[in-house]
Design a protein. Structure first.
Length: 79
Protein backbone atom coordinates (compact mmCIF):
# COMPACT_ATOMS: atom_id res chain seq x y z
CA UNK A 1 0.00 0.00 0.00
CA UNK A 2 1.29 3.48 -0.80
CA UNK A 3 0.66 6.86 0.79
CA UNK A 4 -1.14 7.84 -2.44
CA UNK A 5 -3.67 5.03 -1.88
CA UNK A 6 -4.51 6.42 1.55
CA UNK A 7 -4.33 10.05 0.38
CA UNK A 8 -6.86 9.36 -2.39
CA UNK A 9 -9.32 8.06 0.22
CA UNK A 10 -8.73 11.06 2.51
CA UNK A 11 -9.16 13.52 -0.37
CA UNK A 12 -12.49 12.19 -1.66
CA UNK A 13 -15.17 14.85 -1.90
CA UNK A 14 -17.49 14.07 -0.32
CA UNK A 15 -15.39 12.14 2.18
CA UNK A 16 -16.35 8.48 2.65
CA UNK A 17 -15.31 6.89 5.97
CA UNK A 18 -13.06 3.87 5.50
CA UNK A 19 -11.46 1.02 7.39
CA UNK A 20 -7.80 0.10 7.11
CA UNK A 21 -7.15 -3.64 7.41
CA UNK A 22 -3.68 -4.52 8.68
CA UNK A 23 -1.76 -7.71 8.00
CA UNK A 24 -2.01 -8.48 11.76
CA UNK A 25 -5.81 -8.67 11.48
CA UNK A 26 -6.36 -5.40 13.34
CA UNK A 27 -8.54 -2.72 11.75
CA UNK A 28 -8.41 1.06 12.07
CA UNK A 29 -11.45 3.17 11.16
CA UNK A 30 -10.95 6.60 9.61
CA UNK A 31 -14.10 8.65 10.13
CA UNK A 32 -12.92 12.14 9.07
CA UNK A 33 -10.64 13.39 6.29
CA UNK A 34 -8.65 15.39 8.87
CA UNK A 35 -7.83 12.20 10.82
CA UNK A 36 -4.86 11.11 8.67
CA UNK A 37 -1.35 12.60 8.79
CA UNK A 38 1.48 11.25 6.68
CA UNK A 39 4.97 10.48 7.92
CA UNK A 40 7.85 9.11 5.87
CA UNK A 41 6.70 5.46 5.71
CA UNK A 42 3.64 5.54 7.91
CA UNK A 43 0.32 7.24 8.46
CA UNK A 44 -0.83 8.64 11.80
CA UNK A 45 -4.57 8.11 12.31
CA UNK A 46 -6.23 10.24 14.98
CA UNK A 47 -9.17 8.60 16.72
CA UNK A 48 -10.98 11.85 17.55
CA UNK A 49 -9.43 14.78 15.68
CA UNK A 50 -11.76 17.49 17.01
CA UNK A 51 -10.25 20.45 18.83
CA UNK A 52 -10.63 20.31 22.59
CA UNK A 53 -11.23 16.57 22.76
CA UNK A 54 -8.78 13.91 23.85
CA UNK A 55 -7.48 12.19 20.73
CA UNK A 56 -5.82 8.80 20.80
CA UNK A 57 -4.03 7.63 17.69
CA UNK A 58 -2.66 4.71 15.72
CA UNK A 59 0.61 4.95 13.82
CA UNK A 60 0.47 2.48 10.94
CA UNK A 61 3.42 1.53 8.74
CA UNK A 62 2.32 1.56 5.11
CA UNK A 63 3.87 -1.87 4.56
CA UNK A 64 1.50 -3.30 7.20
CA UNK A 65 -1.68 -2.21 5.40
CA UNK A 66 -3.34 -5.11 3.65
CA UNK A 67 -6.38 -3.35 2.18
CA UNK A 68 -8.84 -0.48 2.52
CA UNK A 69 -12.60 -0.92 2.85
CA UNK A 70 -15.06 1.94 2.35
CA UNK A 71 -17.68 2.12 5.10
CA UNK A 72 -20.44 3.89 3.13
CA UNK A 73 -22.73 0.83 3.01
CA UNK A 74 -21.89 -0.27 6.56
CA UNK A 75 -22.85 3.17 7.92
CA UNK A 76 -26.06 3.58 5.91
CA UNK A 77 -27.41 0.16 6.88
CA UNK A 78 -29.09 -2.50 4.74
CA UNK A 79 -30.59 -1.43 1.42
Amino acid sequence: MTSEDIRSELDKDPFVPFRIHLVSGKTVDVMMSSAGWFLQNAVLILHNPRIGQDAGYDMVALRNIERIEQLRQALSGPA
